[in-house]
Design a protein around this ligand. Sequence first.
Ligand code: RB5
Length: 152
Amino acid sequence: MIALGSDHAGYALKCEVMEWLKSNGIPFHDYGCFSGESCNYAAIAQTVCNEVAAGRHDKALLFCGTGIGISIAANKVNGIRAAACSDYFSAKMTRLHNDANVLCLGGRVVAGGLACELVNVFLHTAFEGGRHQSRIDYLREIEKAQTQQHAE
Ligand code: RB5
């Protein structure tokens, strides 16, 4: 089951993607927002990414106006590798090379049809592993060092 979240500027695109997920039989849970009323993308990113980091979902889709703010917020959570994408190649490569677990899309950047293509390739492309694994491991080391530094 994948996790979904958006702010107000990503809400309409999230709704389009939810329709596509339903028609393709892909289960999801929507953590909000639930209307076009103004809200903070950082808060929704935190809620969704904590769920992913806790292992309750293995992937998430996040939406804001550009996909950028919500990806910056998502990447603050340990264990999250979030990528803001607006082209097919990047959405595929971020799975193959970065093992990204969160795809961020901009409601003011990509139209619904393209967004669904990006979601499709993101959800159905496996991490390549190999030489890319040590880079992912290094990201984990950075997170551990940061956590230790903050504890001191
Ligand atoms: C909201 O107006 C907008 O700033 C937000 O959705 C996002 O695009 C930020 O990066």
